[in-house]
Design a protein around this ligand. Sequence first.
Ligand code: GDP
Ligand code: IMO
Ligand code: MG
Length: 429
Amino acid sequence: MPITAIVGTQWGDEGKGRITDLLAADADISARFNGGDNAGHTVTVGQAIFRLHLIPSGLLHPAIVGVIGAGVVVNPRRLIEEIDQLAAQGLDVSPARLKLSAAAHLILPTHIALDRAGSGGLGTTQRGIGPAYAEKAARSGVRAGEMADLEAFAERVHAAVYSGGQVLRQLYGQEPPNPQAVAAEYYGYAQRLAPYVTDTSLYVYDALRAGRRVLAEGAQGVLLDLDHGTYPFVTSSTTVAGGVASGLGVGPQWIERVVGVCKAFQTRVGAGPMPTELTGPEGDRLRGTGEQPWDEFGTTTGRPRRCGWLDGVALRYAVRVNGLTELALTKLDVLSGLGRLRLAVAYEYRGERLENFPTTAAVLAECRPIYEDLPGWSEDISRARRRADLPAAARRYIDRVSEIAGLPVTIISVGPERQQTIVETSKAC
Ligand code: GDP
Ligand code: IMO
Ligand code: MG
């Protein structure tokens, strides 16, 4: 049985975690293929709210095995904290249920210090993500598989922290972390995490061949992709569906469905252009005040998210770059009570109409959205469980999003809880 990929169609925080949790009810493996603890995926199950950063969201289902693939960068301290946190919330997070790729790179304190010192105006999550991937590409990173030999691992960590510290001192004049102390700290983490380390490429391959169903949960979204996002205002990993194969170490032919998770409006955290951003009261209304757990404040950093109308140009781009087969439209309930809704259907750039998402952030920064207005609705839709339960204006909005994307909307969510969804069979699969 094949892979279902779940990817973000915007700048992250589309609700990938909750859609993964929903689809995990019918899956056997839930895998993360990119990013690190810059991700913050919130899943609400009844009264319990789970905030996941590294552990795949499907793990909340007891029969699922979680996989952290080779494409992920792992802060071992944060992974242990998350394992302990979930265990305290009653979940089994033993090595039988969670597999960490031997090829996943580890985040070191020097990466975090370099991220804080050097990521300038990008507004990163300061989790050391960029420097860890940079060290991976430079072929000097430390990988999870090295934790099997504790003494050799501690020496490698010592050497890597020493050299990273030199850069920190020379470039930024900062006092680096003590290599000896970090090596001792990481020795302890390795003792704890080594039992989780597996050849996850083989594990997933064997599972696929045995007919098991795999969910590949993306972190971030297409507009933050290192190659295809709004560079340089991006993250440092492959966030698009193409990253599933390399990030998990399996062939692309296993991917059958590619579900694009699309929030009913647009958000962005950190710097970079965002054509449909609303800086006034309408943006405040979409963001919420922070009283509700789903209000637009970052799961990882708590920063207020920039909010705006749904960007159909970016959505069509997400369809193309990911090869989406269907859409999951989230947070539709947040639009209730807005008199008029707007959807960007094209951009205006220096007097010309652009239909396609531009290739540079500089051009995007000059793009003005061309909007189409749709009527809003006032009803509370959080109890809708079938499309027919929705007001006509809400159905019209969904249809228009579907038309713009050229794809069926197969999942609609109307609240953060597991059952607050309208699920329809995908015509594409
Ligand atoms: P992710 O990073 O893509 O997994 O998304 P986040 O978890 O960072 O952000 C999505 C937020 O919206 C979380 O707080 C979810 O609980 C919440 N959420 C998801 N779907 C819905 C929905 O349909 N309605 C409402 N009100 N909240 C939702
Ligand atoms: P999830 O998986 C939203 C943003 C940061 C910053 C840029 C680079 O929850 O959707 P990084 O720390 O990755 O080097 O920061 O990317 N960013 C996210 N924004 N959701 C995320 O993850 C993000 N992960 C990174 O705000 O602009
Ligand atoms: Mg998030």
